[in-house]
Design a binder for this molecule. Structure first.
Ligand code: NAG
Ligand code: NAG
Ligand code: NAG
Ligand code: NAG
Ligand code: NAG
Ligand code: NAG
Ligand code: NAG
Ligand code: NAG
Ligand code: NAG
Ligand code: NAG
Length: 819
């Protein structure tokens, strides 16, 4: 059953220990758990199922109460807003002891007249209280409280007023409490133990009573000094508490202070506040010891041996550090699991488990016995520090707890300062000695004490040792400086294996070696090109020609590259050349006029940009005509009155192209199933010339050929499965067939060759009734033929000796002729 503040809306849940994530039941946590997690509360559930919670009931925390709920008894609480009942309490713990429920807390002391003081209290209620009638309705009628005293005795006792934690040992009815000074005062803590009988004694004594707020607090005799909680008689609450309700309202605070078992607190320490306590009762060699575990406000645990007897004080055995010094956490709870001898420490986000018995830490007899730890003793047979249970025999188990352990402060060793550097010698193993710089430090500030740790680290530092240099191996020889003819090559080494250091010897010898090479490899004769000759004359004077130059290979003939080189030259266009033929002689023309005739003569003129006039072809033609009179008297005149006709220039005529006739068809591209053939013609009849038009239309023509489909050869299908025997006895036949349709022959392809039907005899054993059978079969012709009509077998009775030859196979075969 767990309660939580749940962000100021407290709830309680019911869970099974075996599965804490599973919630069985969830109820309001109001009055069972504070709203504010900082409020100090306590609660317990009795064996009969009632929940007693001492907590703040409201959001603001101004209404503290001890409240009973759940279970079978009516809910009850302390009177509300009555500082005589509870006055700003901080609840610490609660215990279910016999007929009562006890609450331990601290509160502002109402009875203290001057100033504000906190007192520690024990309060109790009867578990069978059912509240008052009319008076104290729903309120405790048995609530009483008493002050707990834990003080350092003296003329003016020093009070540790504020209870912080308790631990109850039921077997001894002994309650350990830790008390501190007020938070605003100097920190100091004490441990006091209270006998339950002392608490009961106080509750049976007189009350402290204040008549009214101005009167003093005075003792008032207890009206029921032998007060007992009543019994519950079969569910009827008759005279439960034997307490007068008016008394119960008036008398709450006991006059007598509960005094601890011994006047001096078991343990006191200044400058520290203890927050939690747990106590283990340990069987030592001679007696029982109480070991008190105290959680300090700075997150450690003190292990204290409670006083051996009245005269001695308690002993601080050890202080357990749970965390590294800078990571300490506030301890929130401290519990002992006696069955496993383990201490559980709760901090904000984890639980730490500490074994209580840790004897093996003590390695020597002196350390073991000297630790004065009741858990541990020196087993003289095992020669080690063991618990009593681990020991071989109790008589051989040495423990001596007559006084507190001498608390040797164990000191871990620490190094002092380094000495200054000084020369020291060393030998490098190879027999040669050198020098180094050395410095030392000692583990003496402080030196380890009482088992403290030795210093960790080096105490001698060596630096800058001398080291003799040594050669690296030679490098391999470098490549020869020549590829033929005598050259040289080198190899090197360096004094760096290791390099000499801090005064060590340098290496002796050369760091470089040279030698000749290629001594026996004469160079082949040297071939080389002569210089280029001058460029030769250009092969043309203009219009772009080429010219070359040459060089020759000297001393041989395998020079790389070419012996001749070309370049273009005289790339300027040639000047336009013109050439005119001389006139041809006059030739008569067949034109007569008035008995005279005409004559003609020609000459041609060509123009071109070429280098050589000889290359000029004749271009335009020039024609002259003249008239010659018939009588020849006047001769022929070429001008003026001579009537010479000048016909001007005549250009050549352009020629349009013409097709030749078509050539013959080419061979067809396929033998069947559509091929292609073609034929051609050329545009050479005549060829187009002098800018004439070329031929129109295609030069090649195509045509389909051999359009008939290709022949398909027939092929057989698979055999069918064998038919059933035609008879069951007396000799029948069975057969299988196939068809020439895979594929059918077509377009003149070949038909299938071979059998289309195969048959064999079967069931040739004579029939019992001596029937005989004969069969015929229908020879299937080409697969499309009709089946034969009629039966394929006939049967008749016969004599047993009928001539029947069993087992012979007949085959029918028909070959189809091609086509
Ligand atoms: C808790 O659970 C137990 C068993 O499931 C049930 O008997 C009991 O009444 C529950 N108590 C509360 C307070 O819910
Ligand atoms: C515990 O209870 C939760 C919730 O019912 C469930 O999911 C989970 O499996 C349980 N775990 C085990 C170990 O049974
Ligand atoms: C609860 O107790 C602790 C320890 O004594 C104290 O520091 C704290 O102030 C208390 N809480 C309240 C609300 O008084
Ligand atoms: C507690 O008181 C009872 C009765 O006075 C006594 O017998 C017992 O020894 C006391 N216990 C301690 C631990 O002092
Ligand atoms: C509890 O109360 C009953 C009845 O009053 C009484 O007989 C019994 O002794 C009481 N028990 C203790 C341990 O005081
Ligand atoms: C209850 O107890 C008181 C005192 O012991 C006694 O005077 C009274 O008669 C009782 N009442 C009943 C109803 O038994
Ligand atoms: C508390 O105890 C001390 C020493 O044991 C004693 O001197 C002092 O008078 C006691 N105080 C009260 C109020 O009883
Ligand atoms: C207890 O004190 C007495 C004297 O008061 C002493 O003789 C005895 O040795 C002490 N016991 C222990 C266990 O120290
Ligand atoms: C404690 O220290 C003293 C001297 O410093 C030494 O003689 C003694 O043996 C030490 N005791 C232990 C238990 O270490
Ligand atoms: C060692 O030699 C280095 C370089 O020579 C120098 O810097 C260094 O201070 C020397 N160390 C010491 C301890 O003298």
């Amino acid at each position: 059953f767990t309660c939580g503040t749940n962000a100021f809306t407290p709830i309680c849940t019911n869970r099974t220990l075996t599965n804490l994530t599973e919630i069985h039941d969830q109820i309001s946590g109001m009055a069972r758990c504070p709203y504010n997690p900082l409020h100090n509360s306590t609660a317990l559930i009795t064996s009969s199922g009632e929940l007693y919670a001492a907590t703040a009931m409201d959001f603001s925390g101004r209404d503290p109460a001890i409240y009973r709920s759940l279970g079978g008894l009516p809910p009850l609480r302390t009177a509300q807003y009555n500082s005589k009942w509870l006055n700003e309490p901080n609840f610490v713990s609660s215990y279910d002891i016999a007929n009562f429920t006890y609450f331990f807390f601290r509160e502002n002391a109402v009875e203290h007249d001057c100033g504000r003081t906190v007192f520690s209290r024990v309060g109790r209620v009867c578990k069978n209280d059912i509240g008052g009638r009319f008076l104290l309705e729903d309120t405790w009628t048995t609530f009483m409280k008493a002050r707990l005293n834990c003080s350092r005795p003296g003329e003016i006792p020093f009070n540790y007023n504020e209870l912080q934690g308790t631990f109850y040992l039921p077997e001894l009815e002994l309650l350990y409490g830790i008390f501190t000074t007020n938070v605003n005062s100097i920190a100091a803590s004490a441990v006091c133990a209270f006998n339950l009988s002392a608490i009961s004694h106080s509750f049976n004594g007189p009350f402290k009573y204040q008549e009214n707020s101005r009167s003093a607090w005075l003792p008032y005799p207890n009206p029921n000094p032998d007060f007992q909680c009543g019994t519950i008689d079969s569910g009827t609450y008759v005279n439960l508490t034997e307490r007068n309700l008016q008394d119960a309202q008036k008398f709450l605070l006991m006059h007598e202070v509960v005094q601890p078992v011994v006047p001096v607190p078991y343990f006191m320490e200044d400058n520290v506040r203890f927050s939690h306590v747990a106590v283990d009762v340990v069987q030592g060699k001679d007696t029982l010891f109480h070991i008190i575990y105290l959680a300090t406000d700075y997150g450690t645990i003190r292990k204290v041996l409670s006083p051996l007897n009245q005269s001695t004080g308690s002993c601080l055995l050890e202080e357990i550090e749970l965390f590294p010094p800078r990571k300490r956490q506030v301890i929130r709870s401290l519990l002992i699991l006696h069955s496993r001898s383990e201490l559980y420490v709760g901090v904000r986000d984890q639980v730490i488990k500490i074994p209580l018995k840790r004897c093996s830490y003590h390695k020597s007899r002196e350390a073991c016995v000297g630790a004065r730890d009741p858990y541990c003793g020196w087993d003289m047979l095992l020669k080690k520090c063991t618990t009593l249970e681990e020991s071989v025999r109790m008589s051989q188990w040495e423990q001596s707890i007559s006084k507190c352990p001498v608390r040797n402060v164990t000191v871990d060793g620490g190094f002092g300062h380094w000495s200054s550097w000084s020369m020291c010698s060393h030998s490098d193993g190879g027999g040669s000695a050198g020098s180094c710089l050395c410095r030392t430090r000692a583990c003496d500030s402080p030196a380890p004490q009482c088992g403290g740790q030795q210093c960790h680290g080096i105490s001698v530092e060596v630096a800058n040792c001398s080291r003799n240099g040594a050669w690296t191996p030679w490098t391999s020889w470098s490549p020869c400086s020549t590829s033929c003819g005598i050259g040289f090559q080198v190899r090197q080494r360096s004094c760096s294996n290791p390099a000499p250091r801090h005064g060590g010897r340098v290496c002796v010898g050369q760091n470089r070696e040279e030698r000749y090479c290629n001594e026996h490899l004469p160079c082949p004769p040297h071939v080389y090109w002569s210089a280029w000759s001058a460029w030769e004359r250009c092969n043309v004077p203009c219009g772009g020609g080429i010219q070359s130059r040459r060089r020759t290979c000297e001393n041989g003939d395998d020079c790389p590259g070419c012996g001749q080189e070309y370049q273009s030259c005289n790339t300027l266009p040639c000047p336009e050349l013109k050439k005119t033929t001389p006139w041809t002689p006059w030739t008569p023309v067949n034109i007569s006029d008035n008995g005279g005739h005409y004559e003609q003569r020609f000459r041609y003129t060509c123009k071109a940009r070429i280098p050589d006039p000889a290359l000029l072809e004749v271009g335009r033609q020039r024609i002259e005509m003249r008239y010659c009179s018939s009588d020849g008297s006047t001769g022929c005149s070429t001008d003026g009155e001579g009537e010479v006709l000048r016909l001007g220039r005549i250009s050549r005529h352009s020629v349009n192209g013409g097709w030749t006739a078509w050539g013959s068809w080419s061979q067809c591209s396929r033998d069947c199933s559509r091929g292609i053939r073609s034929r051609k013609r050329t545009c050479t009849n005549p060829e187009p010339k002098y800018g004439g038009q070329t031929c129109m239309g295609p030069a090649q023509e195509f045509q389909e050929c051999n359009v008939t489909p290709c022949p398909v050869d027939g092929s057989w299908s698979c055999w069918s499965s064998w038919s059933k025997c035609s008879v069951t006895c007396g000799g029948g036949h069975y057969m299988r067939t196939r068809t020439c349709n895979n594929p059918l022959p077509a377009h003149g392809g070949d038909i299938c060759l071979g059998l289309h039907t195969e048959e064999a005899l079967c069931n040739t054993q004579p029939c019992p009734e001596s029937w005989s059978i004969r069969v015929r079969h229908c020879d299937v012709l080409f697969p499309t033929g009709n089946q034969c009509a009629g039966n394929s077998s006939e049967t008749r009775p016969c004599s047993p000796d009928s001539n029947f030859i069993p087992g012979s196979i007949t085959r029918t075969q028909r070959a189809f002729e091609r086509g």
